[in-house]
Design a protein around this ligand. Sequence first.
Ligand SMILES: Cc1cc2nc3c(=O)[nH]c(=O)nc-3n(C[C@H](O)[C@H](O)[C@H](O)COP(=O)(O)OP(=O)(O)OC[C@H]3O[C@@H](n4cnc5c(N)ncnc54)[C@H](O)[C@@H]3O)c2cc1C
Length: 342
Amino acid sequence: MRVVVADGSAPPIDKACGEGLMPDSIAALAQLGVSLDGVPSAEFHGIRFVERGKVAEAKFPDGVGRGVRRTVLHPLLLEHAERAGVSFRWRTVVRSVEGDRLAMPGAEVRARWIVGADGHQSRVRRWAGLEAGKLSSQRIGLRQHFAVQPWSSFVEVYWCDKGQAYVTPVAHDEICVAFLAREKFSSVAEALAHFPELASRLAGVAASDTPRGAVSLVKQLRSVARGQVALIGDASGSVDAITGEGMAIGFRQAVALAEAMVAGDLSRYQAAHRQIGQLPRFMSQGMLMMDRQRLVRRQVLRALTRKPALFARMMQVHVGHVPLRLLGETGLLRLGAGLLTA
Ligand SMILES: Cc1cc2nc3c(=O)[nH]c(=O)nc-3n(C[C@H](O)[C@H](O)[C@H](O)COP(=O)(O)OP(=O)(O)OC[C@H]3O[C@@H](n4cnc5c(N)ncnc54)[C@H](O)[C@@H]3O)c2cc1C
């Protein structure tokens, strides 16, 4: 296929993001033929939850995660796409899609397939009549990098009543902090004030760029393809950013969409898309329940602190090491009971 990508921005495209790639995200990238070997980044070995002196952590069952700055990841993906023969039109906003025609400044392109990879506010989704679906959560993200040597080889998630701050190492001398909350923080200083343990870690540490904001939505569409148009990534629905799975979902969808196109049947993509979203949606619901209900969160944190094996089991599920379906209802009930009875 001849592929043309039009994007309103220009590389390297930055984005407010936690910049963590879990081991399963790295595996999904590898499936696309992209390796992170030798790429400026930092490894992490698990997830740590922190709230008011309580600390619970679990290592990944297999492999490592990596924090990679979006401005590093984007050129890497571009290089790979260019090698595969993709051509790019930067600073080119697509103005309309009608049938097999796309209008962009100075050109009209006819295409066999049209892929809307245009994020949360997707216009391709609107033009294709694919808006129907459910928005069940909307939170606001704020990201800031700090020039400091990572103090932990875990991604740390700090919790409070307002939301979370999570810290991802992205280089030997830099970390990325992403805040997620139901209400907008007016500044990084205001956000940090809600996370005293993190604030004390960062006292006197210099920010290494300007802060950037973005929304985090939990959105599920009824359909992600119609006619010759398919949606992918955040344009096709999303889970809460706290799962750290947003990019992996997009990578997996890319593989499934390519297979469906080769088969000439986008209904295959629709089915694969639903299946890819199942586990991240489940995890997203659980994390948001902890976010909204303080008593649940405190109980879960207590349980995870007292029973590290429980956290390890949840981590196995989160990174796809133990498939959700294998856990079954009994396994899920056992996990739930373990969390409630610690
Ligand atoms: C605070 C926060 C933290 C996160 N942390 C993580 C994390 O740690 N790990 C993880 O895996 N995921 C994380 N995510 C999720 C992840 O960032 C997203 O899932 C991912 O970036 C979605 O990629 P995308 O390509 O679908 O959309 P986007 O990255 O939004 O890209 C859309 C592109 O479409 C272009 N565009 C839009 N409209 C047009 C148009 N009309 N014409 C041409 N171009 C157009 C834009 O310029 C943009 O380049 C986080 C998200 C947030 C908000």
